[in-house]
Design a protein around this ligand. Structure first.
Ligand code: SAH
Length: 246
């Protein structure tokens, strides 16, 4: 009887030791992965952003901090810091890191700003804005994407609000906005968005037909929008609730 008890005790001790070892190895692997990601992120900032024309220190710092790999589907995580867009499901994409940084930089983000984003997608652009601005409002038309983005955003930020709906209409309840970032492309500037931009505020938006658009910055001055062209880009189209292109 005594030796049977001893056997059970011995077995339990071995199981505990093995479980502790497995846990320690697992945590270490996770820590190594996180370290790898942070190295990849640093390389992304240096070679894709600072080496080009991203000069705003706060934007570079936000891009250095936000773990982009958490916003892409698991099977693409290893590519999260590469110099191109990636699929996020539902036929949509997360923009190339450089485009996210450029669109953020051209609206001159600062800590007192209230910003509206149209096209939440993965939630990554909203996360970058949340690091730099006081309040972020973001609208996504595809429910599953909006819900997924909201889940991750609310885990890390308390200054982001996500709405499922048609961003063409903006979010009048919280207007006017100091800046508006549109990450899907209409063929013309939506009038509701123009109206919801504060005097002196900036909107960055890709405008044009599917496959080829011009990224423009619109600055509101004396109630009028003054346009500056940035670069040619390729974004997914802005659509209404029936999937028709605007
Ligand atoms: N900013 C995103 C990029 C998303 S791609 C990111 O950081 O990942 C553009 C997104 O715009 C898609 O998810 C698409 O579903 C959404 N979209 C298209 N038309 C829209 C509309 N009318 N209102 C809101 N979102 C729209």
């Amino acid at each position: 009887m005594k030796s049977q008890n001893f056997n059970i005790l011995f077995f339990l001790i071995v199981v505990c030791i093995l479980a502790t070892l497995w846990l320690a190895l697992h945590c270490r692997a996770e820590a190594v992965r996180e370290k790898d990601y942070s190295l990849l992120r640093e390389r992304m900032v240096t070679s894709q952003l600072a080496a080009r024309d991203i000069t705003d220190k706060n934007v570079l710092s936000a891009m250095r901090q936000v773990p982009r790999h958490l916003y892409v589907p698991e099977n693409y995580r290893h590519l999260a810091y590469e110099d191109y867009p990636l699929p996020i499901g539902e036929g949509q994409t997360i923009s190339q890191p450089y485009i996210v940084a450029l669109m953020t930089q051209v609206v001159n983000p600062h800590a007192q700003m209230k910003v509206l984003e149209i096209g939440t997608g993965s939630g990554y652009q909203a996360a970058i804005l949340a690091k730099l601005c006081r309040e972020v409002y973001t609208i996504e038309i595809i429910e599953v994407l909006g819900a997924r983005a909201q889940k991750i955003l609310q885990k890390y930020y308390d200054n982001v609000r996500v709405k499922i709906g048609d961003g063409y209409q903006g979010w009048p309840q919280f207007a006017p906005f100091d800046a508006i970032i549109v990450t899907c492309a209409p063929t013309h500037v939506p009038q509701p968005l123009a109206e919801q931009l504060r005097e002196g505020g900036r909107m960055v938006i890709p405008v044009g037909e599917a496959g080829y658009q011009q990224l423009v910055v619109l600055t509101k001055s004396k109630g009028k929008l003054i346009e500056t062209e940035v670069i040619p880009v390729r974004f997914v189209p802005m659509v209404d609730s029936k999937g028709r292109k605007y």
